[in-house]
Design a protein around this ligand. Structure first.
Ligand SMILES: [Zn+2]
Ligand SMILES: [Zn+2]
Length: 407
């Protein structure tokens, strides 16, 4: 219904969407510091008086723009649709993950759908909410926002992430960051080494403990880390070292187990060397992504109608996103999209691709496919019912509905 018109509504305003994207790309800001991106997006929605805009919504650099139309159909249904924007950059490389394009997709899909619905004579009661969700690359702004109730009332949420290919789903696993600090005692490394307590030895032992542990983990679990501080000078026994590790499991329910195993490795290294240790888990853990087959099917159908070519082999990414946490409270979809470049995310080449005009066609095509999927859900009560049933099933079964990696 109205699909080509919906595409037209997005195309009509394509310059303004690209301007938003360019403004964000030109001024990359790190997690929780996206002040200019926040202002750019708030200004965009405020220029159209029909949106109710809440700047600094729940978090300083988050926002909410809402538009509501009372129903004119007899059924009295009410649906709240959410589109999510991300807009944080990476240290040292700008928008190497293309989050400026995620923001653009959210803006374009929300705006296009609103403009189409404004022209329709008959429509269920609908509310469109575009949520600005900061700090995906570090911290997990969506986790904070879930805890603060920002997703309450939404029936379904949509976002899309730039990638190397069009994919309705790529494996998203649960993840938790941990920082480990060893405190020892400095001494001259040649004159009085026996006076020292070697914090670098603790870090090295911890690294090796984790490496040995790896063989005893399920093949689908991941531990990977760095030594962030390893001492200051070879002739000083290091009195301080710091490591950072990411711990990942396909299901969020397994995070406590991997945390406990890793923590034993960290503490054992302290015991062996006589160091004091601090094991500091990040405030937020990221959850696996719950899949909703009906949403994936609809998105793929709409995408194909627009010329998207979806990969069928989804054995690629095993990354993590704070959208996983959202998917446990609202049914949603997080597809990946090609942006006209073979460059890989988190590289300087990808930064260039995310700011290039060539990415615009693919970005807006993805926005159209998302908006069309929202339109399908809006006008077909059976689809919304299937989505709700699938959501409750996938939560009840507590299974990850992707390929089974536990063997
Ligand atoms: Zn990224
Ligand atoms: Zn990203």
């Amino acid at each position: 219904m109205g699909q080509s018109t919906l595409g037209n509504k997005i195309d009509e305003a394509r310059e303004s969407f690209w301007q938003v994207s360019k403004d964000i790309w030109n001024c990359p800001e790190l997690a929780y510091e996206e002040k200019k991106a926040h202002d750019t997006l708030v200004r965009f929605f405020s220029e159209d008086n029909s949106w109710a805009v809440d700047g600094h919504y729940k978090l300083d650099t988050a926002f909410r723009a809402s538009w509501e139309r009372r129903g004119s159909s007899s059924e009295g249904r009410e649906i709240q649709i959410g589109f999510l924007c991300e807009y944080d950059a990476l240290p040292g490389m700008g928008h190497g993950c293309g989050h400026n394009l995620i923001a653009e997709v959210g803006v374009a899909a929300g705006t296009g759908l609103k403009r189409l619905l404004e022209t329709l004579p008959d429509c269920p009661h609908v509310k469109i909410t575009v949520l600005g969700t900061p700090a995906e690359e570090a911290g997990g702004g969506k986790v904070d926002m879930v805890e603060m109730g920002a997703f309450e009332g939404l029936d379904v949420v949509f976002m899309a992430h730039p990638s190397q290919e069009d994919a309705t789903y790529l494996p998203i696993v649960a993840e938790h960051d941990v920082v480990v600090k060893y405190h020892g005692k400095a001494a001259h490394a040649a004159a009085y080494p026996w006076e020292g307590v070697n914090a670098l030895d603790a870090a090295v032992l911890a690294y090796n403990n984790l490496s040995v542990l790896r063989q005893q983990l399920l093949p689908s679990w991941r531990v990977h880390g760095i030594i962030r501080h390893g001492g200051v000078k070879p002739n000083i026994i290091p009195d301080f070292t710091e490591l950072e590790y990411y711990l990942r499991t396909p299901l969020r329910k397994d995070l406590p187990a991997i945390r406990a195993k890793a923590e034993m490795c960290f503490r054992a290294a302290a015991m062996a060397t006589g160091c004091e240790v601090e094991v500091i888990f990040a405030k937020n853990e990221f959850h696996d992504l719950l899949r909703i087959p009906t949403l994936e099917r609809l998105f793929e159908e709409n995408g194909k109608a627009l010329g998207m070519e979806f990969i069928t082999d989804i054995t690629g990414s095993e990354g993590s996103t704070d959208f996983g946490n959202v998917s446990h409270v609202v049914p949603g979809i997080h597809p990946n999209f090609y942006i006209g470049s073979e460059a890989l995310n988190h590289t300087k080449e990808y930064t260039v691709a995310a700011g290039a005009e060539a990415a615009q066609f693919y970005t807006l095509r993805t926005a159209k496919a998302l908006a069309m999927t929202a339109l399908d859900v809006l006008f077909c009560p059976e689809l919304m019912q299937s989505i709700k049933t699938e959501f409750s099933d996938v939560k009840k079964n507590k299974i990850r509905s992707s390929r089974l990696t536990e063997v």
